[in-house]
Design a protein around this ligand. Structure first.
Ligand code: ADP
Ligand code: MG
Length: 241
């Protein structure tokens, strides 16, 4: 039977007068990939920031593995097994690819030697091992996004939140990143992925949740959501897709 690992229950995040996330409810089943989509400004990143503890929800409850985690800070959630990437990739300046992942490994492996072993193992897995001694800043956008995934994987998450890791990549790079995401899923990691580009999400998600103006306007299997008139209308409302 499918078990929800994450429950978002009536969650809102208000900035001043703006309801960036407005009473959103959905569940993420263990081992699945759930896609969170919606036009620019729909509230996707804000919801990620609430789930990963960067903001406390203004209202509502977030339950992870049966435990209420609403309002816990990011480092606590990282320890609980929630890893995330950032839409704006920011590698540690002046450090190599390996050093970036070593730092991310310290939470799980406080001893330097263990952190290094873990970091090398992660870089093998994410396909960045050949670039381990290069400056992180010098990587291409695709490389930096892959490094973000590596840093999140260094926490050995059970739930991984991916924010626009495919956006901005060329088709070949996009395919390779999608392959990596599926490989992470095959390791048993549950994935909640935000992507502005619907096409990417449709190919890899078990379930899709659509936000618009902070509200959930649809959810279901990718093919159902893709032909939902409300969803089509929300996307037609914006100039770039
Ligand atoms: N820290 C903030 N303070 C005020 N408004 C914000 C903040 N972060 C996001 N917003 C607003 O919340 C809405 C949702 O933004 P965001 O979550 O970034 O959307 P998405 O990731 O779907 O493009 C937007 O109107 C945005 O301007
Ligand atoms: Mg965003």
């Amino acid at each position: 039977m499918k078990e929800p690992i994450l429950k978002i229950d009536d969650v809102s995040k208000v900035f001043g007068g703006l309801r960036a996330v407005d009473r959103v409810t959905f569940e993420v089943n263990q081992g699945e990939i759930v896609g969170l989509i919606g036009p620019n400004g729909a509230g996707k990143t804000t919801l990620f920031n609430v789930i990963s503890g960067y903001y406390a929800p203004t209202e509502g409850t977030i339950t992870f593995q049966g435990r209420d985690i609403s309002g816990l800070p990011p480092y606590r959630l990282a320890r609980e097994g929630i890893g995330r990437t950032f839409q704006i990739v920011k590698p540690f300046v002046g450090l190599t690819v390996l050093e970036n992942v070593v730092i991310a490994s310290f939470l799980k492996y406080p001893r330097m030697a263990d952190a290094e072993v873990n970091a090398e193992r992660i870089l093998e897995f994410t396909g960045l091992i050949e670039k381990k001694d290069e400056s992180a800043q010098g990587l291409t956008l695709a490389g930096r996004k892959r490094l973000e995934i590596s840093k999140a994987m260094a926490l050995e998450p059970t739930l991984l939140l991916l924010d626009e890791v495919v956006a901005g990549l060329n088709p070949t790079e996009a395919d390779k990143t999608i392959e990596l995401i599926l490989k992470v899923r095959d390791q048993g990691v549950t994935i909640l992925i935000v992507e502005h580009i619907m096409r990417v999400i449709m190919n890899i998600s078990d379930q899709v949740v659509v936000l618009n103006y902070g509200q959930k306007i649809a959810e279901g299997k990718p093919d159902e959501v893709a032909k939902n008139p409300t969803v089509i209308e929300a996307y037609l409302g914006e100039s770039q897709a």
